[in-house]
Design a protein around this ligand. Structure first.
Ligand SMILES: Nc1ncnc2c1ncn2[C@@H]1O[C@H](COP(=O)(O)OP(=O)(O)O)[C@@H](O)[C@H]1O
Ligand SMILES: [Mg+2]
Length: 374
């Protein structure tokens, strides 16, 4: 349609030029008004398209529903539990709800929306990334850091500024990537930091599963999107509200009230997270040790070494350090272990080690020892 319109544009322009240049307007009395009316028509159509109304009849390009229905998270549960420690019940809950969302996928609803609350460094962002890898391995999750959406005008950052405003041709930070790839995990990281108006905009999107990109007028379908919001807010209130014995619906109600009491979220907005509000709390020391183990094994694998055994002393040290870093969650453990193992890894790599064990020597340094001959 746009291409045909471009042609009409050129024909009208050419007729105007030739009419004026060769005096046809005098010879053919109806030609000038005809060209004028045609030019007006084209102009009106352009304006119509520009304000986005012209696209009203367009269908939102939907995802491949057959493919979505064939997906399942349940078979990734062991892998998810292997990588994310200490949150088995939450993984089970997410998998169940998400599989339902996949089976019910259709225009007008999202695949699901989860609200993950908890102190920093407990794996909230990480689980969104793992879910993305499991469901849509070919595409990266769309990470929106909501602290960059603190101003009311950031609604336009999300869904694109109105036509003519600077940067409008780039579209919205949420809408454009979804237009390009309708199946993806959308991570609303640290949602409490976004402006209320941004919350309202997201409310509509979660409610209807679609929106219109402001800058282009193109309809956007979120039917292939899984939304995961994370938040550090209201942890104390949530801890007080939730105990394991309650039934799920009652707990959800109390979580919702508790979060609304922080004054950071409106209740109806929270209610749009139909997957539920899930509390990912601090890990106990045993889980911290497991995470440390995982991180060490992964790091050594990057250098071509198999970690066969880790001395308890190494893990004890990791757990002790974690107490010191408590404010940061297990995130800091990774950086600490990296720093602590650099020297030993460099040495072991030079010696061509393949299968190794980790230990701590008398001076408190981590050592990497061969399990096989080099
Ligand atoms: N429960 C966990 N199990 C395994 N690794 C974890 C866990 N929690 C955090 N991590 C590690 O710490 C890093 C930071 O965690 P992240 O998900 O960013 O924390 P936050 O809860 O603040 O979003 C992750 O990339 C992951 O490597
Ligand atoms: Mg995070």
């Amino acid at each position: 349609m746009d291409q045909a319109l471009g042609m009409v544009d050129e024909v009208v322009g050419l007729a105007g030029f030739l009419g004026a240049a060769f005096g046809w307007f005098q010879a053919v009395p109806w030609l000038a008004p005809a060209v004028f009316i045609a030019a007006l028509g084209v102009m009106a159509w352009r304006v119509w398209k520009l304000v986005g109304l012209g696209a009203a009849a367009d269908e939102a390009p939907g995802p491949d529903f057959k493919r979505l229905q064939s997906l399942s998270v349940r078979k990734f549960v062991p892998w998810l539990k292997e990588n994310l420690r200490g949150h088995d019940a939450i993984i089970d809950e997410i998998a169940e709800i998400l599989d339902q969302g996949l089976a019910l996928a259709k225009q007008g609803r999202t695949l699901g929306a989860f609200f993950l609350a908890g102190p920093t460094g407990t794996g909230k962002t990480f689980i969104a990334q793992l879910l993305s890898q499991a469901l849509f391995p070919e595409s990266e999750p769309l990470v929106l850091r909501m602290n960059q959406f603190k101003h009311p005008d950031d609604v336009f950052t999300l869904i694109g500024p109105p036509p003519g405003v600077r940067g409008f041709e780039l579209g919205g930070a949420l809408t454009r990537p979804v237009l390009e790839n309708p199946c993806r995990v959308v991570l609303l990281d640290e949602l409490e930091k976004a402006h209320r108006d941004v919350h309202h905009c997201l409310y509509d999107i979660l409610d209807t599963g679609q929106c219109r990109e402001k800058s282009s007028g193109r309809p956007v379908s979120f039917a292939g999107c899984l939304f995961v919001a994370t938040s550090n807010a209201g942890v104390e209130e949530l801890r007080a509200a939730g105990d394991a014995e309650q039934d799920k619906a009652a707990r959800q109600g109390r979580f919702l009230d508790a979060l609304a009491r922080t004054g950071l979220f409106e209740k109806p907005f929270l209610a749009r997270f139909t997957g539920g509000i899930l509390l990912m709390d601090e890990l106990d020391p045993l889980r911290v040790a497991e995470v440390a183990c995982l991180k060490l094994a992964r790091r050594l694998r990057e250098y071509g070494m198999d970690l066969v055994f880790t001395s308890p002393a190494v893990l004890l040290e990791a757990v002790q350090k974690n107490e010191e870093f408590k404010g940061y969650g297990v995130r800091q453990i990774g950086a600490y272990l990296e720093h602590k193992t650099d020297g030993a890894i460099a040495l072991a790599r030079r010696e061509g080690r393949k299968k190794v064990s980790l230990d701590i020597d008398a001076s408190g340094r981590i050592t990497i020892n061969p399990v096989d001959a080099p």
